[in-house]
Every structure is written in C-alpha cells, then in structure tokens.
Design a binder for this molecule. Structure first.
Ligand code: GYE
Length: 340
C-alpha cells in the first residue's frame, strides 16, 4: 500500500511540475514563455544524441538495435534516441533540440542528403561534434567530424558483377535483357549510390535495357504496390534488382500474385541489397539469387570515433565498413551466423 501512495505522490508532483513547464508569465505587455529547466545530464556519462531515419526496413531496425547495444551506461554512455519517423524536417528539428539540451555528441543518420547546413553550423558553433552515419549529407564536410558507412556505388557495381557471372555460368552472357530496378528513397545516399553503380555497369552491355526504374522508398509495402504497377506495363522482364531486401520481398509477393516465375531455377533473376537473414531464407528457397550486404552494425565504429575524439586522437573523415556479396551458391556457409 505504501508503494502505491508513494507512486501516487510522485505522479501528482510530476503533474504539478509539468504544469509549470512552458508556463506563460505575462509581464504587462508581451507574454514571456518560461521553458522547463534545461535537461541536466549526469557528467559521469558521455551523452550522445542519435537521430535515426525511422523504421522503414528490417535493416533499419537492426541498425537501431545495434546503437542500444553499443552505447550503454555500463560503457559510460547516455544515449538519447530520436526516431525520425521517415520525416527529414523532424530530424532537423531534433538536432536543434539536442543542441539546446547541450548533449556531448550528436550522431545523425540523414534520411536525405540536403537541408542540414544550418543545424550543422549551429552544432559546430556550440562546440558539439557531429558524426554522420550510414547515409551522407550534402553540407560542407568541415561541419561534421566524420562519416561512417558503406560504399553504395560499389554495392551497385557488385550486384551487376554477380549478374554477369550468373549469366556466364548459364551461357546467357550475350542475351538481350530487360531489367527492372526498384529504387530506394529519392535523395538518400544509399539509393543515389546504388543506382549510380548499377547504371555505370549496365551501360557497358549494349544488349541490356532498363525497362523500368521506380521508387519504393525501401519499404516492403511499397515494393509490393510498385511492382504490381510495373507488371501491368511490363509483364515480361528478365532481371529484378531491388535496392533493399524489403522492397524485393514485397515485389516477390506481387510476382506471386501475377503468376510470374522468379529465382535461381528460371524466370526473373532476383538481386537485392542488405543481406537480411530473411534474404538468406529466400536464397535457401531458391527465390533470391543474390543479396549484396550492407552492414547495419555501425554503432561500434561510431563509438570508436567518439573514444578517439575523447582522447584527442585524429579521426578519419570517411570510415567504410566491410561487406560481402551473398549468393545462392555461398549463402549456406553464413546463414547460421547472421545476427539480423
Ligand atoms: O539499404 C535500407 C534502409 O541507408 C543503407 O536504408 C541504408 C538503407 C538500407 O532502409 O534497407
């Protein structure tokens, strides 16, 4: 019973305190908004604000979870996680808020590359180091300490290198091909880089044609809907390249509904990116030919960069993380060790 009354007291006190937050005091003329006292963080910890893109894919969930397992109180960190909810304006506002809170570091995974200059300038002015992770920003690199992520253009090239090898093995290297591409979010570095890499290799093959290239925003639902529309205009094509696994899974559902065959044993050749555990299952089922790995386990690289900055060491401007290509031929060697 004592616990209940204590909890009730705390709740009442909390309500009273909150009631005082943002109280408007009139000083005769203008209304002065009194804000709640600035959050006070325990100096025993390094307070890191992390602004994430959202929850658009399984890759993203693995990426988010990784930050919670790396930036722990036991390791000396107070992690403030902000879900960008796939809204770039929300992300930018979150950065201003973290600056106002006086965090020690800010990590940003930008949904899109543009629109970051002013917030990054203010962070620099306030002396708060910023790390950009996964996707990039178009702002001047002097405004942030480092970028950590993948070679997205290289990932695109790897996908086509796999396709070339796959066709050669089946004696189809001179075939005429119609290729469909599902693109990720417009303006996102992963989509920009993969598309550039794909196109630069595809254009080397005069017999190959990109029959359709549509955006499905890295989500499974949109992959399904967009593929349904593509199938109405292009019922026949030879290769489907999806810029992440989730869009591929959605597209597979649409192809199933339309009775379109795909996978290793004939039909549409399927290639995607991320290499989620579910992609390994699809390769085991013969539905997916290859998935180009994009490693979401970035947090330890970000923590190492912060540790280096804390000890006055220099940090590389760009930090690339290692990745492989998993195919219908090698997936079984890795399937059991996949963490996401
Ligand atoms: O491929 C996709 C996620 O930026 C590399 O974003 C990341 C991409 C990844 O939604 O699944």
């Amino acid at each position: 019973m004592k616990k209940f009354s204590l909890c009730l007291t705390i709740c009442i006190l909390g309500i009273l305190l909150l009631a005082g937050c943002g109280q408007t005091q009139t000083s005769g003329k203008e209304k002065v908004l009194e804000r709640a006292p600035q959050a006070q963080y325990d100096d025993a910890y390094i307070t890191v604000g992390f602004v994430q893109t959202g929850k658009e894919s399984d890759w993203r969930d693995a990426n988010t979870n990784d930050y919670f397992t790396v930036f722990t109180k036991e390791e000396g960190y107070n992690l403030i996680y902000v879900d960008g909810n796939s809204d770039s304006d929300r992300q930018v506002k979150a950065v201003y808020d973290l600056i106002a809170q006086g965090v020690d570091y800010i990590i940003i995974d930008p949904i899109v590359e543009d629109g970051w200059e002013e917030a990054l300038c203010l962070a620099k002015e306030k002396g708060i180091p910023v790390l950009i992770v996964d996707r990039k920003v178009s702002a001047d690199p002097s405004l942030y300490k480092c970028w950590i992520g993948s070679d997205f253009n290289g990932e695109g090239r790897k996908a086509i290198n796999f396709l070339e090898e796959y066709l050669e093995k089946s004696g189809r290297e001179n075939d005429k091909l119609n290729i469909v591409i599902l693109e990720g979010t417009k303006g996102a570095t992963a989509a920009i880089g993969r598309t550039e890499g794909l196109k630069s290799e595809i254009e080397k093959h005069p017999n190959w044609k990109i029959a359709a290239m549509e955006c499905a925003n890295f989500t499974q639902g949109e992959g399904n809907v967009v593929m349904e529309e593509i199938l109405k205009k292009h019922p026949k094509f030879d290769v489907l390249i999806s810029e992440n696994d989730n869009m591929m899974f959605g597209a597979m559902n649409a192809m199933d509904q339309a009775g379109v065959g795909y996978g290793v044993d004939g039909g549409v050749i399927t290639i995607s990116f991320d290499a989620l555990r579910e992609a390994f299952v699809k390769m085991d089922e013969g539905k997916l030919c290859a998935s180009v790995e994009c490693n979401p386990l970035i947090a330890k690289y970000a923590r190492k960069a912060i540790e280096d900055m804390e000890s006055g060491k220099a940090v590389a401007a760009d930090i690339y993380i290692p990745e492989k290509v998993f195919t219908y031929e090698n997936y079984a060697d890795y399937m059991d060790s996949r963490k996401y």
